[in-house]
Design a protein. Structure first.
Length: 154
Protein backbone atom coordinates (compact mmCIF):
# COMPACT_ATOMS: atom_id res chain seq x y z
CA UNK A 1 0.00 0.00 0.00
CA UNK A 2 1.26 3.46 -0.82
CA UNK A 3 0.96 6.44 1.52
CA UNK A 4 -1.81 8.13 -0.46
CA UNK A 5 -3.78 4.87 -0.45
CA UNK A 6 -3.45 4.60 3.34
CA UNK A 7 -4.62 8.22 3.75
CA UNK A 8 -7.54 7.59 1.40
CA UNK A 9 -8.52 4.44 3.27
CA UNK A 10 -8.48 6.26 6.62
CA UNK A 11 -10.32 9.37 5.44
CA UNK A 12 -12.85 7.67 3.14
CA UNK A 13 -15.53 10.29 2.27
CA UNK A 14 -14.88 12.50 5.28
CA UNK A 15 -12.32 14.84 3.67
CA UNK A 16 -14.21 18.00 4.61
CA UNK A 17 -14.50 16.98 8.27
CA UNK A 18 -10.81 16.04 8.45
CA UNK A 19 -9.87 19.34 6.81
CA UNK A 20 -11.98 21.28 9.29
CA UNK A 21 -10.47 19.49 12.30
CA UNK A 22 -6.94 19.95 10.97
CA UNK A 23 -7.48 23.59 10.02
CA UNK A 24 -6.72 22.87 6.36
CA UNK A 25 -8.50 23.35 3.07
CA UNK A 26 -10.46 20.35 1.82
CA UNK A 27 -8.46 20.33 -1.42
CA UNK A 28 -5.29 19.70 0.62
CA UNK A 29 -6.85 16.55 2.05
CA UNK A 30 -7.94 15.44 -1.42
CA UNK A 31 -4.41 16.03 -2.74
CA UNK A 32 -2.99 13.86 0.06
CA UNK A 33 -5.19 11.05 -1.28
CA UNK A 34 -3.68 11.31 -4.79
CA UNK A 35 -0.44 9.67 -5.98
CA UNK A 36 2.76 11.71 -6.10
CA UNK A 37 4.91 9.29 -8.08
CA UNK A 38 5.88 11.72 -10.82
CA UNK A 39 5.42 15.30 -11.96
CA UNK A 40 2.15 14.54 -13.80
CA UNK A 41 0.40 13.39 -10.62
CA UNK A 42 -1.83 15.82 -8.78
CA UNK A 43 -1.06 14.54 -5.30
CA UNK A 44 0.73 16.36 -2.51
CA UNK A 45 3.39 15.27 -0.04
CA UNK A 46 1.23 13.93 2.81
CA UNK A 47 1.88 13.40 6.54
CA UNK A 48 2.81 9.73 6.00
CA UNK A 49 5.38 10.75 3.38
CA UNK A 50 6.86 13.16 5.91
CA UNK A 51 7.09 10.51 8.65
CA UNK A 52 8.66 8.13 6.12
CA UNK A 53 11.27 10.78 5.28
CA UNK A 54 12.07 11.32 8.96
CA UNK A 55 12.57 7.58 9.51
CA UNK A 56 14.62 7.12 6.33
CA UNK A 57 16.89 10.03 7.26
CA UNK A 58 17.35 8.64 10.76
CA UNK A 59 18.26 5.20 9.37
CA UNK A 60 20.63 6.80 6.86
CA UNK A 61 22.36 8.55 9.76
CA UNK A 62 22.80 5.13 11.44
CA UNK A 63 20.54 5.85 14.39
CA UNK A 64 19.41 2.81 16.38
CA UNK A 65 16.40 1.07 14.83
CA UNK A 66 14.23 1.78 17.87
CA UNK A 67 15.16 5.47 17.70
CA UNK A 68 14.57 5.71 13.94
CA UNK A 69 11.20 3.98 14.30
CA UNK A 70 10.09 6.08 17.28
CA UNK A 71 7.24 7.72 15.28
CA UNK A 72 5.85 4.27 14.37
CA UNK A 73 6.25 3.05 17.95
CA UNK A 74 4.46 6.16 19.23
CA UNK A 75 1.53 5.79 16.82
CA UNK A 76 1.18 2.05 17.42
CA UNK A 77 1.06 2.43 21.20
CA UNK A 78 -1.03 5.63 21.03
CA UNK A 79 -3.81 3.71 19.29
CA UNK A 80 -3.55 0.47 21.28
CA UNK A 81 -1.30 -1.44 18.88
CA UNK A 82 2.04 -3.12 19.24
CA UNK A 83 5.14 -2.35 17.23
CA UNK A 84 7.23 -5.22 15.92
CA UNK A 85 10.79 -4.28 14.93
CA UNK A 86 12.03 -5.24 11.46
CA UNK A 87 12.61 -8.95 11.08
CA UNK A 88 16.03 -10.49 10.57
CA UNK A 89 16.38 -12.04 7.14
CA UNK A 90 19.96 -13.22 7.51
CA UNK A 91 19.33 -16.33 9.60
CA UNK A 92 18.51 -19.78 8.25
CA UNK A 93 15.01 -21.15 8.52
CA UNK A 94 16.29 -23.74 11.01
CA UNK A 95 17.85 -21.14 13.34
CA UNK A 96 14.76 -18.91 13.07
CA UNK A 97 12.51 -21.86 13.95
CA UNK A 98 14.73 -22.76 16.92
CA UNK A 99 14.64 -19.17 18.17
CA UNK A 100 10.84 -19.12 17.75
CA UNK A 101 10.49 -22.32 19.78
CA UNK A 102 12.70 -20.92 22.54
CA UNK A 103 10.78 -17.62 22.56
CA UNK A 104 7.42 -19.35 22.75
CA UNK A 105 8.66 -21.65 25.51
CA UNK A 106 10.03 -18.65 27.47
CA UNK A 107 6.72 -16.82 27.08
CA UNK A 108 4.80 -19.92 28.23
CA UNK A 109 6.97 -20.27 31.33
CA UNK A 110 6.46 -16.59 32.09
CA UNK A 111 2.69 -16.96 31.76
CA UNK A 112 2.59 -19.92 34.15
CA UNK A 113 4.82 -18.07 36.64
CA UNK A 114 2.59 -15.01 36.54
CA UNK A 115 -0.66 -17.00 36.51
CA UNK A 116 -1.48 -16.21 40.13
CA UNK A 117 -0.86 -12.51 39.64
CA UNK A 118 -3.07 -12.47 36.56
CA UNK A 119 -6.03 -14.15 38.30
CA UNK A 120 -6.92 -10.96 40.12
CA UNK A 121 -6.06 -8.87 37.05
CA UNK A 122 -3.33 -7.00 38.87
CA UNK A 123 0.26 -7.04 37.76
CA UNK A 124 3.07 -4.68 38.64
CA UNK A 125 4.77 -2.55 35.95
CA UNK A 126 7.88 -4.77 35.93
CA UNK A 127 5.70 -7.83 35.22
CA UNK A 128 3.82 -5.99 32.50
CA UNK A 129 7.09 -5.01 30.86
CA UNK A 130 8.46 -8.57 31.08
CA UNK A 131 5.24 -9.97 29.56
CA UNK A 132 5.36 -7.38 26.80
CA UNK A 133 9.01 -8.01 25.91
CA UNK A 134 8.69 -11.79 25.94
CA UNK A 135 5.42 -11.72 24.01
CA UNK A 136 6.72 -9.37 21.35
CA UNK A 137 9.85 -11.51 20.97
CA UNK A 138 7.68 -14.61 20.49
CA UNK A 139 5.43 -12.86 17.95
CA UNK A 140 8.41 -11.48 16.06
CA UNK A 141 10.08 -14.90 16.02
CA UNK A 142 6.95 -16.55 14.64
CA UNK A 143 6.65 -13.85 11.95
CA UNK A 144 10.31 -14.36 10.97
CA UNK A 145 9.76 -18.12 10.56
CA UNK A 146 6.65 -17.53 8.45
CA UNK A 147 8.50 -15.07 6.18
CA UNK A 148 11.52 -17.35 5.86
CA UNK A 149 9.29 -20.32 5.01
CA UNK A 150 7.50 -18.28 2.34
CA UNK A 151 10.82 -17.17 0.85
CA UNK A 152 12.13 -20.76 0.89
CA UNK A 153 9.16 -21.84 -1.25
CA UNK A 154 9.84 -19.26 -3.97
Amino acid sequence: MKSHEAIKKAIKTDAAEHARRLGLQTRTIYRWMEPTDDYTDSGAYNPLDRVESIIAESIERSHATEDAHAPIIYLATRFGGTYLPPLSRNDSLKSLALHACNSIERFGRLMSTLGDAMEDGKIVPAERREISLAGIDAIQSIAAVILAAEEACK
